[in-house]
Design a protein. Structure first.
Length: 176
């Protein structure tokens, strides 16, 4: 009956480092932090954290839940698209002497329409931003100011499959 398994063709949704780069650009753009002061947590190799006295942000994608919904759309005789909508949860940890101020500036800025429109260009959209929590961290035997903010983003993913329409499939009729 089948012709084997299908894998998506063409460009798919961004995950891993590509998605982290998009989120890093967004955090830098809205918070005003320089490129060397915003980086993804839990990477290999782990970048050196800035010295005490520097304000910076470490962020991590903590969940990419199952899609909220899914649609399969036949776009041509040869191709079908699978559309899914998923949420991406990002924790942003702002460190340093201006950590609280930077976290607050960032949280306010993500609700500015122009900033959300810019985020939309990468396929992401703001859903919600949580409370900023003051969670000082002991780094190198020294307490460092740390302010955590969890943000929920959503995106539509499109994957394309080379699926033939039913009328193109070989058909055998049985009976009369």
């Amino acid at each position: 009956m089948g012709d084997g398994y299908l894998t998506p063709v063409g460009e798919g949704p961004k995950y891993d480092e590509e998605l982290e780069r998009e989120i890093s650009r967004w955090i830098r753009g809205v918070s005003g932090l320089p490129a060397k002061a915003v980086f993804s947590r839990w990477t290999d190799p782990q970048p050196l954290i800035p010295k005490n006295g520097v304000t910076w942000c470490g962020f991590g994608i903590t969940t990419v839940p199952q899609p909220l919904s899914q649609s399969d759309v036949q776009v041509s005789d040869e191709q079908s698209e699978q559309w899914t909508w998923e949420q991406v949860t990002v924790i942003c940890c702002f460190y340093g002497p201006l950590g609280s101020s930077t976290a607050s500036t960032f949280r306010s800025g993500i609700f500015v329409e122009q900033n959300n429109a810019e985020l939309n260009l990468s396929g992401l959209s703001l859903v919600d931003a949580g409370t900023i929590y003051n969670l000082p961290e002991l780094i190198n035997n020294q307490w460092v100011r740390r302010y955590d903010l969890t943000i929920t983003l959503s995106r539509k993913n499109t994957r394309t499959y080379n699926v033939r329409t039913l009328e193109d499939a070989p058909v055998s009729f049985f009976g009369d």
